[in-house]
Write a protein that binds this ligand. Structure first.
Ligand code: NAP
Length: 638
């Protein structure tokens, strides 16, 4: 028989993919080795991004209300995942037994017309021209052949597809392992990642009265395993770590998990693709493996039905690598012995900082993920990847607010020209951090405020864009680079040279950047000029600087009218006092004092401003032009 896509593996990843492919009209067959669906009631954690994806597909409605998964953790240190985006309707994490998720995803795939053939073991894969021949064996030994355009391995960490197609699965073997068991007849206290002198112990009573225990003895390395651990191993480890005897309990289920880290060096080989655990093996901490796999599936379904299949590897492999790195960091913190105590203490202190919590929570929750293409009508409501296929220039993005803007635009899928004047290393770091997160960027050097500045800038921008996209078209220009007089200068002392310099960098350069960008800007483009709250609050010692920012606001106002016929919006964003990483923000007393100016009693974070700029850059802000946007945390409220 002929199917367009054969998905191997009827776990959540394979079933979600099959449903999505059917929703796009692709004939899809799922082959599964197990004759019956899994019955283990392993709880699954669903993160915010996954909840969005499931909701968009109507899967959440089918699942019914899910219990709140409580606060999350990072390497066993408490991390409230709601910090990723407290206003999000799926902020936090949610619990859903994997069996239930699989059942619902299977129903959906079947209703949409997928064929799920169980009890079929994949035995051969052969690529023949524009088709792949798949051979599967049933339990009674009979073999069947299918021909398809693509095969996707969603068959887990021991993937047969991966082996048969010759994918390289590079990485490192397990160095540490956690023993797990569900045990009946125990009466021990619940505990979460409790660290003892000899190891780590977790106990959780299930509603059926059995207890899930997990235990790791520090500094033990896993030996070769061929199947689950013996119960007496678990009993011995539990006694060594906690001093408690659980030997009288009745083991219902025994299992281990370890910190193996492996990833396919490519997610695609010709007509064979990998998704989920088949593409990446990792410690299944905090449910990230499942969420990563489900996100692979939704991305791949779109790519398989559009012309961008090569982008699947380009986007999902870095996303996987990033999650694997985060998980490895968590493995050190969680399973490390006394030697990681200083690191844990430092990490715990860092987790007290709101931007750190937000950053990590976004990564765990999948909200920092690179863009997924959006051809499905529902996907358009998604807040991810809103700038896919757009290009952006952010002046002064080597550091401070500009860096945060460049990072956010790239997170949303834009290719970003990271401009700088002197901070070459900092600009490189910005570009590297964007690339590490799966985004695209390149550095451009040009000093602004000197003759020939804009010409030099655009030589670099045009060349960088052409090399990467084949054309020099821009969608977003952010005039962010600016100079200030940090300590202020009383009006009586401002010199003509100082005023000229401030004007040259802060007002004249943005004007000519825009003028030079006009022929490159595509319809629907965005110009965002960074002003300052100081245009609305009197501070005589900053009069010269504030005058230049007033000029920038005029630029926005008048060009908004001029460029509206091309659908280009022009707006000003005015930050208040914003931590740009400068030395002033290392002085707690100074920060405390500055914080009092904001209605929220804190100084702004660069990302607070970057989020506003990013919104203005999206199509969602199409109806805003010529506006002054106060991004000062209420500093201007008085
Ligand atoms: P920042 O940390 O001082 O960084 C300034 C950036 O602009 C750097 O990337 C720098 O590049 C670049 N730059 C400076 N002078 C330049 C020149 N002559 N030519 C080319 N590039 C130049 O700045 P920030 O605090 O993030 O501020 C960003 C924008 O927000 C500015 O327009 C500022 O006026 C405005 N703003 C900031 C605050 C605040 O509290 N931070 C408040 C209100 C408004 P190199 O390092 O490579 O030289």
């Amino acid at each position: 028989m002929t199917a367009t896509v054969v998905v191997v593996g009827a776990g959540p990843v394979g079933l979600l993919l099959a449903g999505d492919l059917r929703a796009r009209g692709v004939p899809t067959v799922v082959l599964e080795q197990r004759a019956e669906p899994m019955t283990e009631t392993r709880a699954s954690t669903l993160h915010t991004r996954t909840m969005d994806l499931l909701e968009e597909r109507g899967v959440l409605d089918r699942l019914g209300p899910l219990p709140d998964g409580g606060s999350g953790h990072f390497g066993g240190l408490r991390l409230d995942l709601a910090a990723a985006d407290p206003a999000h309707r799926h902020a936090g994490q949610w619990k859903c037994p994997q069996t239930r998720l699989e059942a619902v995803l299977q129903d959906r795939a079947l209703e949409l017309g997928a064929e799920v053939r169980r009890g079929r073991r994949l035995v051969a894969l052969r690529e023949r021209g524009t088709a792949v021949e798949v051979e599967a064996q049933a339990a009674d030994g009979r073999r069947e052949r299918l021909h398809c355009a693509y095969v996707v391995g969603c068959d887990g960490v021991d993937s047969t597809v991966r082996r048969l197609a010759g994918f390289d699965f590079a990485g490192s073997d397990a160095r540490r392992e956690l023993l797990r068991a569900d045990v009946a007849g125990l009466d021990i206290p619940d505990r979460r990642f409790e660290r003892h002198a000899r190891g780590l112990a977790t106990a959780h009573r299930w509603p059926d009265g059995s207890t899930r225990v997990m235990v790791h003895v520090f500094a033990t390395t896993p030996g070769p395993r061929d199947g689950p651990p013996r119960f007496d191993e678990v009993v011995a480890a539990w006694a060594e770590v906690t001093g408690e005897d659980i030997g009288h309990g009745e083991p219902l289920w025994l299992n281990t998990f370890d910190d193996t880290r492996r990833q396919a060096t490519g997610y695609r080989r010709g007509r064979v693709l990998l998704a989920g655990d088949a593409a990446h093996a990792q410690l299944p901490v905090g449910g990230q493996a499942l969420n990563l796999g489900l996100q692979d599936a939704t991305d791949l379904a779109v790519r398989l039905t559009s012309s961008g299949l090569d982008d699947y590897d380009r986007v999902r492999r870095p996303a996987g690598a990033r999650t694997l790195t985060d998980i490895q960091a968590q493995a050190y913190l969680l399973l490390g012995g006394p030697e990681v105590e200083p690191l844990r203490q430092l990490f715990a202190q860092l987790l007290e900082l709101a931007p750190v919590r937000r950053h990590l929570a976004r990564r765990v929750s999948g909200l920092a993920a690179p863009s997924t293409p959006t051809d499905a009508p529902k996907d358009r409501s998604s807040t991810m990847g809103r700038l896919t296929n757009r290009t952006a220039l952010v002046t002064g993005s080597s550091r401070g607010i500009g860096r945060a803007i460049a990072r956010r635009l790239a997170e949303e899928g834009a290719l970003v020209a990271v401009h700088y004047a002197t901070g070459e290393d900092a600009a490189r770091e910005t570009v590297e951090s964007i690339e590490r997160d799966g985004g695209r960027a390149f550095p451009v050097r040009a000093e602004l405020g000197v003759p020939g500045d804009v010409h030099e800038l655009f030589l670099g921008v045009e060349q960088g864009l052409k090399e990467r996209t084949g054309e020099a078209a821009l969608d977003i220009v952010v005039n962010n680079a600016g100079v200030t007089t940090p300590a202020g200068v009383p009006p009586e002392d401002v010199t003509p040279e100082e005023l000229d310099r401030l004007y040259a960098v802060n007002a004249k350069a943005p004007f000519f950047v825009v003028q030079r960008a006009l022929p490159l800007l595509r319809e629907g483009g965005r110009i965002i000029n960074i002003s300052s709250g100081l245009t609305r609050v009197a501070n005589p010692d900053q009069v010269a600087y504030a005058m230049t920012k007033g000029a920038v606001e005029q630029l926005s106002l008048h060009l908004a009218r001029h460029l509206a016929p091309r659908g280009i919006t022009v707006n000003s964003v005015a930050p208040g006092i914003t931590d740009n990483g400068g030395p002033l923000f290392d002085i707690p007393e100074a920060v405390e004092q500055m914080a009092q100016l904001s209605a929220f009693k804190r100084v702004g974070e660069a990302v607070d401003v970057a989020d506003v700029v990013t919104f203005l850059a999206t199509s969602e802000a199409r109806w805003i032009t010529g506006a002054f946007i106060d991004a000062s945390g209420g500093t201007l409220l008085g």
